[in-house]
Structures are given as C-alpha cells and as structure tokens.
Design a binder for this molecule. Structure first.
Ligand code: PRP
Ligand code: HPA
Length: 171
C-alpha cells in the first residue's frame, strides 16, 4: 500500500497563497493580467490563488499532460488551448508543480506564438532535483528538492488530487 507522509499543511498553503496573491496584485497594477491555469493539476491552486488577487483580471485554462505514474514521458500533449485573446496581454501561467520543467518549457514556447506582452510563471511547488529545462519561476510558493508529491490538485495516476494538504508519496 502506498504511504502518504505529510509535507505541507493546509494552513501553510493558505498563508503562502495569501502572500503570493498580494505580490501578484502589487506587481500587476495597471497591467492587463490574464491568469492561465495549467490543467489538470493546477485547478485547486488556481481557484485559491485568484481569490487572493485583488486587481481586475481574466482567467483562462490550458491542458497539458505528460506523466505516467511518477515519470515524465517527455511527450507534452496539449489537451486544451486557452480561449481568450492573449495578444498584447500580460499572461501569468499557474502550475501546481515544476519538476523536469519540460511542461512549462513547451507551454511557454507555445504561448509565445500568441504574442502576449509578457509571460510569467507562478508555481505552487518548485521541485529542483529532476530539472532538465531552464525555467525561471517568478512566483514560487514552496521550493523542495525531491520526492513524489500528491494532494491539493497533484496526482499519482489521477488519484489523491482531492487531498486538502500536500504529501510525499512512498510507493
Ligand atoms: O515539470 P514537469 O516534469 O513537466 O512536470 C510538471 C507537470 O506534471 C504534471 O502534469 P501531468 O502531466 O501529470 O498532468 P496533470 O496536470 O493532468 O496531472 C503537473 O501538473 C505539471 O503540469
Ligand atoms: O511530484 C509530482 N507529483 C505529482 N505530479 C507531478 N508531476 C511532476 N512531478 C510531480
């Protein structure tokens, strides 16, 4: 049976998101902010984050998938493209986790073709041990070295997304 070891509590997540939301609110004042969540994993984080951003902004979603179990296949499949016009606008990509960095590298590359004015990245978890692509995370809630993380939107074979806190999964 897989074991779930507590890593980040609900309270810690809540406090950090409030702080990051305030930073985003400050940095994007006067800009044309579109927050784009990367599905599926980011849906929980996105919902909490946007409620801590107190300037007007729009929200869109894109879908990207590449994992089987705990490994990246390296093949990023876009399952949904954003619906809003992003040209000339300030895009903030919201991810649950940056691990190898391949998903965001591909996503940023594909978003750049839409000619936004700016693209920045906000990630709940910045996990450094397996990083392959050079990714600059502009807003990072928690930086960790390794392990496979589940809960608060993050899955292992589609399970555990519903857990309200974040856990290390031991298989
Ligand atoms: O930095 P990387 O190594 O590319 O890993 C990060 C990506 O992996 C997960 O997505 P996944 O492919 O599991 O799809 P999901 O969001 O639907 O769970 C996660 O949500 C990120 O998008
Ligand atoms: O540690 C992880 N947990 C869940 N999904 C992931 N996708 C990349 N890394 C991870």
């Amino acid at each position: 049976m897989p074991e779930l070891i507590p890593l980040i509590s609900q309270q810690e997540i809540k406090e950090k998101i409030r702080e990051i939301g305030q930073n985003i609110t400050r940095d994007y004042k006067g800009l044309d902010l579109v927050v784009v969540g990367v599905l599926k994993g980011a849906f929980v984080f996105l919902a909490d984050l946007v409620r801590q951003i107190s300037i007007d902004h729009e929200i869109d979603l894109l879908g990207a998938s590449s994992y089987e179990g705990t490994s990246s296949t390296g093949q990023i499949v876009f399952t949904k493209r954003p619906d809003l016009e992003l040209k000339g606008r300030d895009v903030l990509l919201v991810e649950d986790i940056v691990d190898t960095g391949r998903t965001l590298a591909k996503t940023v590359e594909s978003m750049q073709l839409l000619n936004p004015r700016s693209i920045k990245i906000c990630a709940l978890i910045d996990k450094t041990e397996r990083r392959e692509a050079q990714i600059n995370v502009d807003y990072s809630c928690f930086c960790i070295d390794g392990g496979f993380i589940v809960g608060y939107g993050l899955d292992y074979n589609e399970k555990y997304r519903n857990l309200p806190a974040i856990f290390n999964l031991k298989l």
